[in-house]
Design a protein around this ligand. Structure first.
Ligand code: CP
Ligand code: NVA
Length: 338
């Protein structure tokens, strides 16, 4: 019997998947989004049980996995860091064996990439990386879907990411763009440039796909001609002691209207994985305002609320794309090899 090329696989990082496979997941997400809008049921995971492990906080990823599981007919179970023994009294390996014997699939959000890999190795069920310090692969399917929805294609587009060039989202954008033939500019101060090995890896993909990779600290050069400007927080989860350092380093890399204009394109879109520091409506943003005297960080409120903004479409797309990833790897779908 012909089995799907996805069945039983984990999504731990983007390089585990080919260009065709990533494109399939993007297009399948669009299809499932259409089914959802039309009210057509798509219960590919009827009767399955999904574990949702979270060491770090989440709004989008948790909600997306929960709603997607239920839409697919599965039961999601949230297992937060304070609810289970993981790390405190039980190793990742032992936890993986237990969860794998009860659940059909496992989502993991946490610190170490090694842990999500260990879960996949020892659980015997598909494991989906909901963000680690190194990668954010489920985010990528939503991001590139959002790009495709806006421009009708991916190849040849230019995405400029500005800010902390060595965090999980920057790593994932660099590699995924290179695999998919999207030009990626990482625009950040030199001290926050991506790891050289990662850049080399991206360059190798880019040679095959025609993607152009630019790593630069020059904002003008980095954003010129960009179809999308992409921001992430300046301080990622787990680095909360770095506000001062990052504000000093990254203020020139804030996405504001001047930067938007510097793309030279009226139709450039704003992407942001969210949450965003664009106002002072949160505890952390108020703390930053009090201590450092600024009310906006990686993106101004003006751009965030402008005609360029697509970050909430992107957030919605997290649900459709996570649904596609779960259905493709666990739903016994007929997906012939491309
Ligand atoms: N973009 C993203 O992963 O959001 P959450 O942290 O809310 O899941
Ligand atoms: N780089 C951010 C992404 C949040 C979705 C973080 O790790 O906190």
């Amino acid at each position: 019997m012909m089995t799907s090329i996805f069945q039983g696989r984990s999504l731990l990082k983007e390089i585990d998947f080919t260009k065709e496979e990533l494109n399939y997941l993007i297009d399948f997400s669009a299809h499932l989004k259409d089914l959802k809008k039309k009210g057509v049921p798509h219960r590919y995971l009827e009767g399955k049980n999904i574990a949702l492990l979270f060491e770090k906080s989440s709004t989008r990823t948790r909600s997306a996995f929960t709603v997607a599981s239920i839409d697919l007919g599965a039961h999601p179970e949230y297992l937060g860091k304070d609810d289970i023994q993981l790390g405190k009294k039980e190793s990742v390996e032992d936890t993986a064996k237990v969860l794998g014997s009860m659940f059909d699939g496992i989502e993991f959000r946490g610190f170490k990439q090694e842990n999500v890999e260990l879960l996949a190795e020892h659980s015997g069920v598909p494991v989906w990386n909901g963000l680690t310090d190194e990668w954010h692969p489920t985010q990528m399917i939503a991001d590139f879907l959002t790009l495709k929805e806006n421009f009708g294609k991916l190849e040849g587009l230019t995405l400029a990411y500005t800010g902390d060039g060595r965090n999980n989202v920057a790593n994932s954008l660099l590699i995924t763009g290179a695999i998919l033939g999207v030009n990626i500019n990482i625009v950040s101060p030199e001290s926050l440039f991506p790891d050289e090995k990662l850049v080399d890896q991206a360059m190798k993909y880019a040679e095959k796909t025609g993607s152009k990779i630019l790593i630069t600290d020059d904002v003008k050069k980095g954003v010129e001609g960009a179809d999308a400007l992409y921001a992430d927080v300046w301080v990622s989860m787990g680095e909360e002691d770095k506000y001062e350092e990052r504000i000093n380093l990254l203020t020139p890399y804030q996405i504001n209207m001047d930067m938007m204009k510097a793309t030279g394109k009226d139709e450039t879109i704003l992407l942001h994985c969210l949450p965003a520091f664009h106002d002072t409506e949160t505890i952390q943003a108020k703390m930053v305002e009090e201590k450092f005297g600024i009310g906006e960080m990686e993106v101004t409120d003006e751009v965030f609320r402008s005609k360029h903004a697509r970050q909430f479409d992107q957030a919605e797309n997290r649900m459709h794309s996570i649904k596609a990833i779960m259905a493709a790897t666990l739903g016994n779908l007929f997906i012939p090899k491309a």
